[in-house]
Write a protein that binds this ligand. Structure first.
Ligand code: S3P
Length: 171
């Protein structure tokens, strides 16, 4: 365990497949902090899957629910919070995160994102066409905004523990 004292929530941002949830869980363990996953919290609050929320109510409704859930979690004190890939793209959510948390962009290249997301077919945004094309477009659109994070760490192929250790060094 690390002897670092973390006084604000640590928020992981980045595209689908960057490893936010897996890295977040391990980071939380090492920092002895609670781990929360924003998508899961939204699903619990709505009693619906992310895919069903998108399908039934649309992305705008999801983003508003996401903002509310993240606002609540950020008021709960230090934790490691993995957010969905679009959370930091929402201006209101981004301002909240910047104000109340230490943000970390888990940056991964396109090949790795494609490979990792292929293992889980539950992401509504990737069901709308060719996953590589969609991820390439999102990466281009989102990278300049993700780059506003406090810390940028590359998520590389191989054991997530390496990535976790690099985050701990950067904190
Ligand atoms: C989204 C990413 C997903 C989920 C939703 C939208 C996005 O989370 O919130 O499908 O806009 O990038 P993960 O990044 O955890 O897959």
């Amino acid at each position: 365990p690390s002897s670092l004292t973390i006084s604000r929530p640590v928020v992981l941002i980045g595209l689908m497949g960057a490893g936010k949830t897996t890295v977040g869980r391990r980071l939380a363990e090492l920092l002895a902090l609670p781990f929360k996953d924003a998508d899961e919290e939204i699903e619990d609050a709505a009693n619906m899957s992310v895919a069903d929320i998108f399908e039934t109510y649309g992305e705008g409704y999801f983003r508003e629910g996401e903002r509310k859930v993240i606002e609540r979690l950020l008021s709960e004190g230090p934790m490691v919070l993995a957010t969905g890939g679009g959370a930091f793209m929402n201006a209101a959510t981004r301002e909240l995160v910047k104000l109340k948390a230490i943000s970390i962009w888990l940056r991964a290249d396109l090949d790795l994102l494609v490979k990792r997301t292929a293992q889980k077919a539950t992401r509504p945004l990737l069901q709308q066409g060719d996953a590589r094309e969609i991820l390439a477009r999102l990466l281009k659109e989102r990278a300049p905004v993700y780059a506003e994070a406090d810390i940028v760490v590359d998520s590389l192929e191989g054991p997530h523990l390496k990535t976790v250790n690099r985050i701990i060094k950067a904190l």
